[in-house]
Design a protein around this ligand. Sequence first.
Ligand SMILES: [Fe+2]
Length: 394
Amino acid sequence: MVMPAFNFAKVPPIYFGAGKLKLLPKILRQLKGSNILLVTGAHSLQSSGKLPQIETMLRTVGIEVHPVICNGEPTTSMIDRTCAEYRKASIDGVVAIGGGSVVDAGKALSAMLPHNNSLFDHLEGVGLGIPHSGVKTPFIAIPTTSGTGGEVTKNAVISEVGPLGYKKSLRHENLIPDVVIVDGELLTSCPRHVTAACGMDAFTQLLEPYLSPTASPLTDAIAWSGLEAIKNNLLLACGEGANDIAVREGMAYASLMSGITLANAGLGIVHGLASPIGGFFPIPHGVVCGTLVAASVRANVQALWARTPESPSLDKLARLGGLLSEQSYSNKEEACKALVKVLDNWTEVLKLPLLREYGVQQSDLDRILDKTANRNNPIELSRDEIRALVEERL
Ligand SMILES: [Fe+2]
């Protein structure tokens, strides 16, 4: 086999395992953080009683903590407002403990605190397009849901929802968090529907880099180990294993691997659609990905068989069909069918909502398709093929 050329981005130090949160004060000291923003979501850490414990743990060792609540996906105005409030407060560290939105909010705050301008200036595709300088406040990411993989990526996704809405990235290599802590004890409070949507997002972020034309043997190996973790834990995490730390850590591992693979091999048509749909409608990212992934795999399999039946992507899809269905197939076509069948079953069992439940209508498809990119899809799908796969989930 000819070894393909590839790049591989920096991966931060990762502390993974139950109880690892207690390392936070020591890690902050190493980063010289003693006056920090502690970014969390609006509810679950507070209601579980963990947030006061964390604040006490930090204050006991002399770390000054300024709580910041991120309610929903971070917006340009939320980041600008918070930076204006704290810019003169000598903040020397940002810690984000929460879901993907909280991690993105922390990442954007750490990026914008040392600067006086608006985040909008740096957003790709909608702002002035000024590259971020990479100068930031040290940032620690502590994910409590298992989905976006944002704890290991260099971009923060910022949304404004509405007719002129967008979902765009602030991006720089230096924005990769300085340290990641994944503590299984923080993961069990994630509700079932969020676990399902985030888990399907993590699955999609492993599948799409695995099939990407820019995949390398390195990203393939990482993606495969994440896909195995999804197979072993996704349904359990959404059911009888919801309170099992080992199951939750399996999903957190998959999410972590998904972040590494997407950062290095890119994403396909599901994420190409998730960007405009999430910009136009108030629909969580994991729900868009989760609800579209089975239909997208079906469309990709059909297009690959019809146009490039020798594509190595079909071999990969067949291999994944064997893994997820726990059967071995000598026939590639049968294995691909088995894959689609498993994904259709997940869509049903996990009760992934239809897009119309969030207000998406047939008449919206043209403006969605106008802004949809094929990105690193294994095959260029036509506008009609993409339209048909979205219609399956309207
Ligand atoms: Fe995603």
